[in-house]
Design a binder for this molecule. Sequence first.
Ligand code: ADP
Ligand code: ADP
Ligand code: ZN
Ligand code: ZN
Length: 812
Amino acid sequence: MQVRGAAENNLQNVDVDIPRDSFVAFTGVSGSGKSSLAFGTLYAEAQRRYFESIAPYARRLLQQVGAPHVATITGLPPAVALQQRRGVASSRSSVGTITTLSNLLRMLFSRAGTYPAGAPHLEAESFSPNTAAGACRRCGGLGVIHDVTTELMVPDPTLSIRAGAIAAWPGAWQGANQRSIVNGLGIDIDAPWHTLKAKDREWLLFTDEQPKVFIEPQADRIDHSYKGKFWSARKHIMHVLSDSQSQQMREKALRFTESMSCRWCHGSGLRADAMEVTVAGCTIAQINDLSLREVTALLRPLTEPANTTSGYLDGTAEVAARICADLVARIDVLLGVRLDYLNLGRRSTTLSPGEAQRLRIATQLRSGLFGVVYVLDEPSAGLHPADSEPLLDVLEQLKASGNSLFVVEHDMGVVRRADWIIDIGPAAGEGGGHVLYSGPVAGLEQVKESLTGEYLFGRAKALDRNPRQPAGWLRLSGVTRHNLRDLSVQIPMSVLTAVTGVSGSGKSTLVSQVLSEVVRHWLEVTPEQDEDAQFDVEMVSVGVTNVGDHEVINRLVRVDQRPIGRTPRSTLATYTGMFDVIRKLFAATDEAKAREWSAGRFSFNVAAGRCPTCQGNGFMEVELLFLPGTYGPCPTCHGARYNPQTLEVSWKGKNIAEVLGLSVDEASIFFADVPGAARSLKALREVGLGYLRLGQPATELSGGEAQRIKIATELQRARRGHSLYLLDEPTSGLHPADVALLMRQLHALVDAGNTVVVVEHDLDAIATADWVIDLGPGGGDTGGKVISTGTPRQVAANGTSITGPYLARRLE
Ligand code: ADP
Ligand code: ADP
Ligand code: ZN
Ligand code: ZN
């Protein structure tokens, strides 16, 4: 395959030849242009050609978005992208739907399930809660409903109905009316509620019946007779919730309801008759709850026709055996990439990016495609070194079935296994965009200017440092969540801790969920921190001991890789707060004063100053069928975001749009005398983001870049603090050279008195930590325990830890 004149983003007119049917690694520091070549050029062009071939009308739209900036590409096969974080998963997609295993399983139930005697066979769709045919009619397939509970409707069962036992009934006249009706039905309204017959209580609260009762005139209330209609408490609440226009009424009604597992389908979301069909004694809902390992164990015996239950119509046993064999074969691939602990019903929104990507890759292996290029974004992200090996085996198999692999990767263990390496650099942004090397891996050793080479061939030294002493310990005990069961763990304070373990061992559950919630709650409930205080948060007991004269944590900061904004309106400059300072500079110029313009005029979010066509976005969103929204430049301002009048004002010779076009490096010279801006810019340069432009829209930033912007924003606060920083895999998406830079910044936070806890797989990062907490031994139910804790050297020496040997090799 030949690429000529690639100039997408920062690529400097790149020419490169790439072999087909090979495993090609794209390497380089973060921001060097790897994704611009692999995704922005090669994949984008393959997709453009594909769409052109199938949909002529797409051509016009695609022209608006613009083809990738490249002169020619020859020999480009069709491409499939398996990206990490892009694409929002819908809450209805699950492990079963991503892998298409759900389709097969439904077919198995439809064709070969055991049905109750006389029941007709159901269509495959009837076994899916996501179809009209299969959804439980009560909860619409969600498995969850909002419903009343007896406890909420009758908070005090010692009261009589007259005294208001049924709190959920309306008050005033309507309530009195209901009491008269109940009286007319012969139920005692003066007896304490709990003394009424259970059957009557149930009926009063839940019935759908609405008998009409003749009510006599009553001295104190009504002067004529009428027919009153009965409403059970539940019926009344549901009526208010579905019909009432009054927000106040609805809110009151909601107080009597709880969201709970749907009691008609038991949370499965399935219609009742589908739940009566079984395979190997299990309903489809039960199979969806089993781990994949258990599903294969259940179905493997059924792959032999002789083993399936007798009594089938002719040929059914063969059908069942064939479907089971297919299911087992597909699940075996997932077990091979160590996803044995997942279950089919698991919502995709709760999967880690690494888990989701492995599911997609493993699913492709069974798709039977060949002659395709798979373009992958850091497949090792989120994986323990012990997990990346089986994944690489699957990638090898994809190649062996006649496909090419283009992999953007930072993990040197993965890069070493490639057939071919394309190293981009030497630096990031405008300092990058050149192909430093394209050829077999070993040849990169000769390329002196390649940072990748330094790490790949062991020239770069691991940062060796003496671990700090903890200033105290945060003790958690009784931690129970997901696969953590009654776990006790101690987090050292005022040091940097790495939490390690194979995928699914419970790291994120412990750090991003439990620790984060416990500390947040703790900060809220303790007005002043007491050294030896004990706190109970949802059964987790938290204690802080031995803190000496150190102040305990007083602030919690989670730094994740979520985008800093989802539209081009949020930019590097707005997010860091630097833009406020810059706009004030412009408002203070003589020109702006003469025109009576305030700082607001220089905001692209305010109508007066911005370009009216794109409303200050600089881009227009182009809607494409089948594709997520894409942005194209604004035809009026060509990306400047402002109207021409606003651009007439300048500061030190640059107008506001030109300032937004500066890179952080350039801006730090331009704004050297403006302390408010200089501080932010310095922090951004320190985390290696000097190449970003001030006006760079949030939509163009990678997860790793977004995370480092957040860290820089923290660093610029420049105060000695007692914050607890929680980071989930901060090194994902980072070149080893960037990892070193990031770790230096995290250590700076610790030097300033803070505590840092990172979930990490990167061995270089783990090696620099003061303390390691290794979870395991496996994933899911086979994990969730603390296997080893100590300094990196202590954990490396621990024979029982899976992480130990990898760490030991790195520390050599
Ligand atoms: P890598 O994959 O090596 O981290 P990228 O290819 O993502 O690098 O980015 C290369 C350069 O192009 C960076 O300076 C980045 O900020 C910039 N960039 C990335 N996407 C866009 C875009 N959509 N528009 C403009 N610049 C971009
Ligand atoms: P790690 O971070 O070590 O990869 P996690 O903490 O994400 O592990 O997961 C630990 C276990 O908890 C795994 O078995 C995982 O499948 C399960 N799990 C994680 N999140 C959820 C969730 N939202 N619902 C159910 N199970 C979950
Ligand atoms: Zn239901
Ligand atoms: Zn515009």
